[in-house]
Design a protein around this ligand. Sequence first.
Ligand SMILES: NC(=O)c1ccc[n+]([C@@H]2O[C@H](COP(=O)([O-])OP(=O)(O)OC[C@H]3O[C@@H](n4cnc5c(N)ncnc54)[C@H](OP(=O)(O)O)[C@@H]3O)[C@@H](O)[C@H]2O)c1
Length: 258
Amino acid sequence: MNTNVLEGRVAVITGGSRGIGLGIAIAYRAAGAHVVIAARKAAGLATAREELLRVKGDGDVLTVVANAGEPDQAEACVDQTMERLGRIDVLVNNAATNPYHGDLLGLDLPRAEKTVRVNQYGMLAWTRFAWQAWMGAHGGAVINIASVGGLIVDPHIGYYNATKAAMLHMTRQLAYELGPAVRVNAIAPGLIKTELARAVWEARESILTARLPLRRLGTVEDVANAALFLASDASSWMTGQTLVLDGGATALPIGVEE
Ligand SMILES: NC(=O)c1ccc[n+]([C@@H]2O[C@H](COP(=O)([O-])OP(=O)(O)OC[C@H]3O[C@@H](n4cnc5c(N)ncnc54)[C@H](OP(=O)(O)O)[C@@H]3O)[C@@H](O)[C@H]2O)c1
């Protein structure tokens, strides 16, 4: 792929201060985009901004303190982006929350509402504001970071996974509703070595990877490469789809232990 595939374009990335979101921001900077990263904590955003400017010194890196689950903060971020950079070509709905581990029937309403608010309604609100401000009239690409958990059953994080499954469905629905101006696609990562998932992978990495066809966990670069493809014109005839990046975890025979 041409290295400057996003030259001059503006990309907004929620949860862009670390992990997968920062990895995507780095890939987009390297491809020539101006990037806007949003997260809840200013300190993390400031550190991420320095890292992004080291990737490429020219062009803009805007940081915005915004909770993905607060629509007024989403709108304010989009407004600031339009004031400073004048366009929004790419939106990556990456921020998510997972406040509950346990079986579905044990889930309380406050944590259920928080999960839906950030993971499910959040992606809708950010997409709506980006559409209204720029994309509806000028086109663009929306990329939703879901999870392979949206396709499978897990003993501990079923509700989080249900919101990720909803993201996959809304990706298709929005592709239908927002075409032809805007393409909407999703990425469903398997286990990626970030802080969010450290408790899952750190002590058991060799066990977890032994059964994977590709024998390793994912990296933020694996996801960033796919997100770059989905943001670029290389995927211009693709919408409503989900790229599963899981090292082959969902390509295993059912009931076979090794
Ligand atoms: N890591 C995995 O194995 C894995 C697998 C499948 C899917 N995913 C998905 O990938 C995405 C990123 O995960 P990650 O592993 O990169 O997480 P991470 O390393 O914990 O990073 C999360 C980022 O999102 C921000 N954030 C968290 N809650 C937010 C909120 N309510 N509003 C705005 N920003 C928020 C964080 O900054 P602040 O704390 O400052 O807000 C940070 O920038 C999520 O959608 C996750 O569900 C991850």
